[in-house]
Design a protein. Structure first.
Length: 105
């Protein structure tokens, strides 16, 4: 499981039938800045994920990979290996708040 920021979307007009109607996003995984411990920073990687919760570009989301991505009712029959399973509201590390969704709105 990891958190990441949705940085874009994918449109595919030709795909297997089971993927028709699925919203696809580009997600950049995030990690706590190891030096300051007060911010989230990109890992420099990207993943393509299926959205199961109605997330949008710019949001920080909770994602799963591998077989875990197919454990929801919406994804159990999809040929995927990464899915958004939650929208992050807050991140705290060592009792310090480093992300609050309400401060970005």
């Amino acid at each position: 499981m990891f958190i990441g920021r949705i940085t874009g979307s994918i449109v595919s007009t030709h795909k297997v039938d089971s993927m028709v109607g699925q919203k696809l996003f580009v997600v950049e995984p995030l990690r706590v800045d190891e030096q300051t411990k007060d911010t989230l920073k990109s890992t420099g990687r990207t993943f393509i994920v299926v959205d199961t919760v109605g997330a949008g570009v710019g949001e920080i989301v909770l994602c799963v990979q591998g077989s875990s991505a197919r454990y929801t009712e919406q994804t159990k029959k999809l040929p995927i290996d990464a899915a958004v399973i939650g929208i992050v509201d807050k991140v705290s590390v060592h009792e310090s708040l480093i992300y609050d969704k309400t401060e970005e709105e």
